[in-house]
Every structure is written in C-alpha cells, then in structure tokens.
Design a protein around this ligand. Structure first.
Ligand SMILES: [Fe+2]
Length: 390
C-alpha cells in the first residue's frame, strides 16, 4: 500500500442509458433559467438535442446554443465566452466529444471571469506555459455530457486549447475548481458516433488509462480504477471496431472507461504519448486521438524493451502483466500485440497525411516528453520512433 496519497474530488456522476433525458428537469429543479448549450454541431443537429430543447421548454428553462466545430482554439473560446456573458447564461452544459467539453469548461471559466472586468482579456493569458496570468478560481455552474468516450474531459480539471501554426501550441487552462459539477454519461448518445471518431476517441482513452496506470504518480486507488477500465477496453473496443457500433454494452464499457481515464489522469498524470501529443497537435490540425493511436504501440513497445534491459522486476512490467491476465494474452508482449491489433482495426491515417515532415518530428522527438513515465527512453529512441510514423 502507498505510504500516502490524495485524490482530487470528481463531480457527481449520473451513468446509464437514458439518463440524459433527466437533465432538463434537473436543471429546472436547481433553479437555472438560461442554459449555454456548448455542443458539437453533430449533436445540435440530432434528434436527442431536439428532445432536450423541448424538455427544457416544458420546464421553462431557456437554452442558447453555441456550436463547436474542431478542437478549441484561443479565438473560438474568446468568442464563445463573450457571447455567453452577453446572453446572461447562468449555467453551461457541454455535450459532445472532448472538443465540446473542453470548450464548455473554458467558456464557463471565462464568462464568469469577464463578468468581473471591463477589459477584453483573452483566455490565452491564463494558459500554462504561454500565459502571464494565474487561472481564475471559480466558473459558472458546469454540467458535462460526453458522447464519444474519449478524452475523459468530463472528469478533469483542465481544458486543452490550441493555436495551430508554426508557433502553435496546445496548452491547458487548469484549476482544481474546473472539474464539472455533474457528469451525465449516457452511453446511448454514442450509438450514432461513426467508426473513425469511435476509434480515435477510444485510443485516446486507452492511452490515458495506460499512462496513468503505469505513471510514477499513480497510487492504489487509481490503479484499481484504471486496471478495471483497461480490462473493459480490451474487450469492448475490438467488438465496436469489428463492425458492432450499435452494441450498447460495448458502448457502456467504453463510456465508463473514458470517464475513468479522466479521473485517472487528473490524479496520476500522463506519459510519453501525451508528452508528444501536445507539440504534434500544435503544429498541424490533427485529431488528438489519431496522434495517440499512432504513438501508443511504438512508445510502449520501446518501453517494454528498455524495462527488460534493466531487469524483469520493474513495476511497469508487473503492471503490464496484470493487464495481460485480464486481456487473456501472454505477458507484456501480448499486451503490446493486443493494442497493435486494436490500432489496426482503427485504420487511423498516418501522420504524413496531415502534412508533417521529418524535420518537424525530429525536432519534437529531441525534446523530453517523458512526463510521469516509469521508463525513460533515450533521445535517439524517441527521434527514431517519431520518424518511423511518416
Ligand atoms: Fe488524451
């Protein structure tokens, strides 16, 4: 047992097929009058959104819709935050994938902050590594409804915001108070999510679970949650990607695993894959899950080889052996091969399809992206791993 550890609180959770249908009456019972619905365009165009809008109307709750397309940028967050403020919204509801939920989180923070100042301050000034101001504590009330089973943003205390281009970045707006108040995980919302989004989102969730589980910052509490969720992914994801996208049990397992991935990274941090995903995603417009799916196997294969060179008794190898038992495969190598099989089923585009060059990847690979990884790779290894992605 760990000598000591602490766990950041998560918001309330409502889980199960159909729970989204209770949200409108819940908002009314809590006394909210004007909802900022920050949601993916796909959700806003669907029948579940129409039903939600009608339910809110029946409960005399107004809803203003703020469509999100693409990953959140400094410009999109500044624009949505000013709209939310001028529209007088008293609660933010985020519905969609990680982009919608991160946008909702950032809008809830910035709309509250901008109400207290006459200056037009950009969210960029609060971002880790690029901003000059401390993120403000507090935000508007925030409810998160994930639909894609991916980033786990519904359970984390940060929103990742990008500025894409030669001097681009992907940085977090982060504070302990940004974890959503209520998470509504309704796996039936994911039934219509297409194969490409399902695959990329799931590989992000799996990467997050694995990196948090083996992290040097993990602890007994997170280990037990993450290991069970990893077991679920190993069974459910192949089912979905083999053509059973309407399998509600598999969707439920993935929705639960994605939520736990958010809880896990909020408490145990991340490793190499996400260390590289930040600069890669800041350089060209590429879905975060596609980066994770391209990196998860080569990075962890190299980590297994490096750990074995230093002896068989590392906690990293022991943890992979526990995963192997739950996935019914043979040891750490079996885990790598099962992940490779899931990545093959995902049919992800390679990085070259997004315009990356060898020089760009060599520059990224030469930086230390180890974060909380239990195994350190050499600079030569990381550069050659990234070059091989082209
Ligand atoms: Fe991620």
């Amino acid at each position: 047992m760990d000598a000591r550890f602490s766990i950041a609180a998560t918001g309330s959770l409502s889980f199960g097929a159909g729970v989204f249908d209770d949200l409108a009456s819940h908002l009314a019972k809590l006394g909210y009058h004007t909802v900022a619905l920050v949601a993916s365009k796909t959700f806003l165009q669907g029948s579940r959104c129409s039903a939600f809008l009608q339910q809110c109307k029946d409960c005399e709750v107004s809803v203003l819709t703020y469509p999100v397309s693409g990953e959140p940028s400094v410009g999109s967050i500044d624009e949505l935050s000013h709209s939310c403020l001028s529209d007088g919204c008293d609660v933010v509801v985020g519905v969609g994938g990680g982009s919608a939920l991160d946008s909702a989180k950032a809008v809830a923070v910035m709309a509250k902050y901008l109400a207290r100042t006459t200056e037009r301050i950009s969210v960029k000034r609060f971002l880790e590594g690029v901003g000059d101001l401390t993120p403000p504590p507090g935000r508007l009330p925030l409810f998160a409804v994930p639909t894609t089973a991916g980033t786990g943003s519904e359970a984390t205390k940060n929103a990742v915001i990008a500025q894409v281009g030669p001097n681009g970045f992907k940085k977090s707006l982060r504070h302990d108070s940004y974890i959503p108040d209520l998470v509504v995980v309704d796996p039936s919302l994911a039934i219509t999510v297409p194969q490409t989004v399902t695959a990329a989102s799931a590989l992000d969730a799996l990467t997050q679970l694995l990196e948090a589980y083996v992290s040097v910052k993990s602890n007994t509490f997170i280990d037990s949650l993450a290991l069970e969720a990893i077991a679920l992914v190993g069974n459910a994801l192949p089912k979905l990607l083999e053509g059973n996208l309407d399998d509600l049990d598999a969707r439920s397992d993935m929705a639960y695993a994605a939520y736990i991935s958010g809880v896990a990274i909020a408490n145990a941090g991340l490793g190499y894959v996400h260390g590289f995903a930040g600069p890669i995603g800041g350089l060209h417009s590429i879905p975060h899950g596609v980066i994770c799916g391209n990196l998860i196997v080569p990075i962890h294969k190299a980590m297994v080889l490096a750990a074995k060179e230093h002896g068989q008794d590392s906690s990293f190898l022991q943890k992979l052996t526990k995963i192997a038992a739950l996935w019914h495969v043979d040891g750490p190598e079996g885990v790598i091969e099962h992940m490779a099989q899931m990545v093959r089923l995902a049919k992800l585009p390679p990085l070259r399809d997004y315009g990356f060059t060898k020089e760009e990847l060599v520059a990224i690979g030469s930086k230390d992206a180890s974060r909380n990884s239990p195994v350190k790779l050499t600079q030569e290894q990381t550069i050659s791993l990234l070059e091989a992605l082209l």
